[in-house]
Design a protein around this ligand. Structure first.
Ligand SMILES: [Zn+2]
Length: 451
């Protein structure tokens, strides 16, 4: 997976880059809206395009249970199913299982869990998590990991971190086999050792040259992206259980998988465990690396410190994804520490709860003080909600329980997040990110709660 770092801030670890996926180029640092069940709640796909979203996250757990990955496979994958020709990242499903208190149990083999929908029993192994995500056909897929909360005992953290490492290796082996490669692990075959060794070096693993990747040919979000025709299953015909990797070359090195696999570093707030985990995950070798296990209750200063500490342990040339973080201030702080990708339910979930992000801080629109306020949600926002509607009208929609309330609030909040990322990228490109960071710290970009 080609990842070009185009600019580095001279005074922080911030970098701006281009992540080349099978469904277009993603400018980083990027924020991924969360499309839990194949939809960002309240937003039609054309709204997301209008906002400039070119990478979104979908939850494997929810899609696996409903409508099922097999159903989505019949449509040729999630892109076709949801009418989204841009990039998609799926999580492994593990975090959701562990979040459903009492419904999941972890063993060496994987997660045993019961559906929150109907109580049915299911099992998700590292291999199964990859298989389900391959059926969904996301551009970026994640290894199964065990994320534990804060605080956890050192023993619990250590056990979960080690298990995450063993699962990452199993996921990688399975992913390699599904893409037509032998796993390359634990085999001493001199005839194949060269390319197997190269598999462990992420940057050279696929042997992709610039010209090979150039066929994507998409340099900006405005370019038209044309999807191949969806595969239409004939009645009674079972689809192949896995996507066709469509190798571009007879040599294993030259194949480009449709779904690139990212590994996850765990270890909680324990630096020794973080270091061990990063070494193990990097040794296995992935196309990108995620920092998991943060924003689970630890102090904010620890979130930032561990995110930066872990990012420094990861290969400089690979994308780094901080999972489940966070507020606009978190994004700025963690970009400064070398993070490239983010996801969080906060802008969309808060919007549905009438909590708006603005340049002046959070605004709880249900407050009576806005009942006759003709001003837009955010006086400096250029989104189409702020250009057209007043605080008083949007408050009325929330009070009256109108569905348009959540739609307009979600649109504005996503615009705020995406615009923050745009400003971050521009500041990095202009060599001006440190000033942007100082301004954000002073409260200009995040602010304090406003009621
Ligand atoms: Zn707005």
């Amino acid at each position: 997976m080609r990842f070009d770092i185009e600019a580095r801030d001279p005074n922080t670890r911030a970098r701006a880059g281009l992540l080349h996926t099978a469904h277009g180029i993603v400018e980083t640092p990027a924020f991924m809206p969360v499309g839990t069940a194949g939809t960002v709640k309240g937003m039609a796909q054309e709204h997301l395009e209008e906002l400039g979203v070119n990478l979104l996250l979908a939850n494997t757990y929810h899609l696996y249970l409903r409508p099922s990955h097999e159903t989505i496979r019949q449509y040729g994958g999630l892109h076709h199913f949801m009418g989204w020709p841009h990039a998609i990242l799926t999580d492994s499903g593990g975090f959701q299982i562990m979040s459903l208190k009492g419904l999941g149990q972890v063993t060496e083999d994987g997660f045993h869990f019961r559906s929150h929908l109907d109580g049915s029993s299911h099992f998700l192994s590292p291999e199964r998590a990859v298989e389900v995500q391959l059926a969904l056909g996301a551009d970026i897929i994640m290894t199964l990991d065990e994320c534990v909360g804060f605080p956890s005992s050192h023993e619990t953290l250590r056990r979960a971190t080690k298990l995450t490492g063993r699962w990452a290796r199993r996921a990688k082996e399975f992913w390699l086999r599904q893409n037509g490669w032998d796993s390359g692990f634990g085999v001493r075959d001199s005839a194949t050792s060269d390319w197997r060794d190269s598999l462990k070096t992420p940057n050279s693993r696929l042997g992709i040259s610039d010209s090979q990747c150039g066929e994507f040919g998409i340099r900006d979000s405005g370019s038209e992206i044309i999807l191949p025709e969806p595969r239409v299953p004939s009645p009674g015909t079972r689809q192949s259980s896995l996507p066709n990797p469509e190798p571009r070359s007879p040599t294993p090195e030259a194949r480009t998988p449709k779904s690139e696999l990212f590994g996850i570093v765990q270890g909680g707030t324990d630096r020794d465990l973080r270091r061990e985990s990063a070494e193990e995950i990097c040794d296995i070798g992935f196309e990108g690396y995620a920092v998991g296990g943060l924003s689970v209750g630890e102090p904010k200063s620890e979130t930032y410190d561990i995110a930066g500490f872990t990012a420094d342990l990861l290969p400089a040339g690979r994308p780094r994804y901080l999972m489940g973080v966070g507020t606009p201030a978190d994004l700025v702080e963690c970009v400064a520490r070398g993070i490239d990708l983010f996801d969080c339910v906060m802008p969309t979930r808060n919007a549905r709860n009438a909590c708006l992000f603005t340049s002046e801080g959070k605004l709880v629109i249900k407050n009576a003080r806005y009942a006759r306020d003709p001003a837009p949600l955010d006086p400096v926002c250029r989104c189409r909600v702020c250009r057209r509607y007043s605080r008083g009208y949007i408050r009325h929609l929330f009070v009256a329980g109108e569905m348009l309330a959540a739609i307009l609030a979600t649109y504005h909040n996503l615009h705020f997040y995406l615009d923050t990322m745009r400003q971050i990228r521009q500041a990095i490109g202009a060599g001006d990110f440190e000033r942007f960071l100082s301004k954000a710290r002073a409260g200009a970009s995040s602010g304090t709660p406003r009621t």
